[in-house]
Design a protein around this ligand. Structure first.
Ligand code: AHR
Length: 502
């Protein structure tokens, strides 16, 4: 049985926004400390940033970097994180029961982005958990106002003459979640988000604002939350956020492999909710989606240790350091495909997170940095997934999954670059069978297969570790052909595939 689809340049979904390849740095575990920042590491630069990590971040192709949380932001006092580092206060971080030294702060975050390169862009969250409108405005003034006011002059006195130019701002984090410090009802949050947005636009009407949507599609308040929040904020914000994490449940690997079915329905349901509110308000404006936390996360492992007393108030503890397998990377690739397939409305997305914490990059304090299996699909999608997403409607063999019923074995998308070259991203969800693929290429003027890269392994549980950091990597395979306008390839069982055509 073959899987098939047709590509035609006349049938497109939309242009990929580079912000789709964003990531996330939270003050959580070792994401910041001994992750991106470790002043006494042999590879640290004059600012204390690990240059080995910076190199991997560049290779990963990260664009927007969300900061400083996450749950952390709901207790964040931005003013603790600026000024002379040795004078900054140590604080309790309630979100992760850790101690925050504030040694790394706002200025260091901006310096980190600059060192990644011009593709990197800030995406700053304000605290709407324990704080509100006034503190958001103060942070915005400190960060973005050029000079001549108390807070802008303070920034200059702290050594940052140039304003940070932060355009994208998240209005709080996961305010629908009972675990969030300062958790609110949709009505309460909608009001504070609207007032914060209105005030931030008084400083600068061109800021881009993200209202908190749901922490997952399975939240009991899902959809009603978005509708209520958007009824208050529709004219004041640009995006609504989505968060989703996936892990196998009860050993059900086929449903795990089909996680993108949930992700796509989540996106489509949020689009429908946004457009419903837009219709109610008779508005021409469209709200876009910021999928600003997504990943595979073995979250039940975290819940099992979440409340153990022995991890109380440690500094930069090892938390959420999931080690990803080949199977995880295939699911992860499928999540990337889901985002690309909705690039018309998902215009920002952040892989949660960047280093050590459910991350594509791992480090050892004082030691090396290496790529997890999930590093590769992200780096390839960021590199080759730029341009117009073509409308891919697959005709695929299916199998039954417990969670999602009859599910396509093939999950795919294709992106056409400005130079006319096309990259097909495809996942074979079958754990046992290879999947022959045939793609009809209408009017695309493609003549050759440049490369067919595969991430798959005889052992789907294979991982990269400190001891064996290069165990898993994509490999180039032969056999894909392009003849008479048809691409033919075979997708190995449980595989992530990148087929480049020119
Ligand atoms: O990314 C880890 C955590 O997951 C974030 O802090 C929070 O927003 C989400 O629940």
């Amino acid at each position: 049985d073959k899987a098939r689809f047709t590509l035609d340049p006349a049938f497109t979904i939309g242009q990929v926004n580079p912000r789709l390849f964003g990531s996330f740095v939270e003050h959580l575990g070792r994401c910041v400390y001994t992750g991106i920042f470790e002043p006494d590491h042999p590879a640290a630069d004059e600012a204390g940033l690990r240059t080995d990590v910076l190199e991997l971040v560049r290779e990963l192709g990260v664009t927007a970097v969300r900061y400083p949380g996450g749950n952390f932001v709901s207790g964040y006092k931005w003013e603790d994180s600026v000024g002379p580092a040795e004078e900054r206060p140590r604080r309790l971080d309630l979100a992760w029961r850790s101690t925050e030294s504030n040694r790394f702060g706002l200025s260091e975050y901006i310096a980190f982005l600059k060192k990644i390169g011009p593709q990197a862009e800030p995406m700053m969250a304000v605290n709407l958990g324990t704080r509100g409108v006034a503190e958001a405005l103060e942070l915005q003034e400190y960060a973005n106002h050029p000079a001549g006011t108390a807070l802008s002059e303070q920034r200059i006195a702290h050594g940052d003459k140039d304003p940070f130019g932060i355009r994208m701002w998240c209005l709080g984090n996961e305010m629908d979640g009972p675990w969030q410090t300062g958790h609110k009802t949709a009505e309460e949050y909608g009001r504070v988000a609207a007032e914060t947005a209105r005030a931030m636009r008084q400083i600068d009407p061109s800021v881009e604002l993200v209202a908190c949507g749901s922490s997952s599609q399975s939240m009991p308040t899902f959809a009603e939350w978005e509708a209520t929040v958007l009824a208050e904020t529709y004219d004041l914000v640009d995006y609504v956020s989505l968060h989703a994490y996936y892990e196998p449940q009860d050993g059900d690997l086929d449903s795990f492999l089909a996680s993108a079915v949930d992700m796509e329905s989540f996106i489509e349901n949020v689009v429908a909710t946004c457009d419903h509110i837009g219709a109610r308000l008779k508005s021409k404006k469209k709200i876009n989606l910021s999928f600003d936390e997504w990943n595979v996360w073995y979250i039940s492992g975290w819940h099992a240790i979440e409340n153990s007393a022995d991890r109380d108030w440690a500094e930069a503890p090892r938390l959420l350091e999931d080690n990803y397998s080949v199977m995880d990377a295939v699911v992860f690739g499928s999540l990337l495909i889901a985002l690309l397939r909705h690039a018309d409305r998902v215009t920002v997305a952040c892989l949660a997170q960047l280093v050590n914490v459910i991350a594509p990059i791992m480090t050892e304090p004082g030691g090396p940095a290496w790529r997890q299996t999930t590093f590769f699909p992200f780096a390839q999608a960021s590199r080759y997934g730029r341009g117009q997403v073509l409308d891919v409607r697959v005709d695929s063999p299916t199998h039954e999954t417990k969670k999602y019923g009859e599910t396509d074995l093939l999950h795919a998308t294709a992106v056409r670059a400005e130079d006319g070259s096309v990259t097909v991203f495809a996942v074979n969800r079958s754990r046992t069978e290879a999947l022959p693929l045939e793609v009809a290429l209408n009017r695309l003027e493609l003549t050759s297969v440049v490369e067919h890269s595969v991430l798959a392994d005889a052992d789907p549980d294979a991982r990269n570790t400190l001891a064996e950091p290069d165990r898993v990597a994509p490999r180039t395979v032969q056999g894909a052909t392009l003849r008479d306008g048809t691409l033919s390839a075979v997708l190995e069982p449980l595989s992530w595939n990148v087929i480049r055509l020119a």
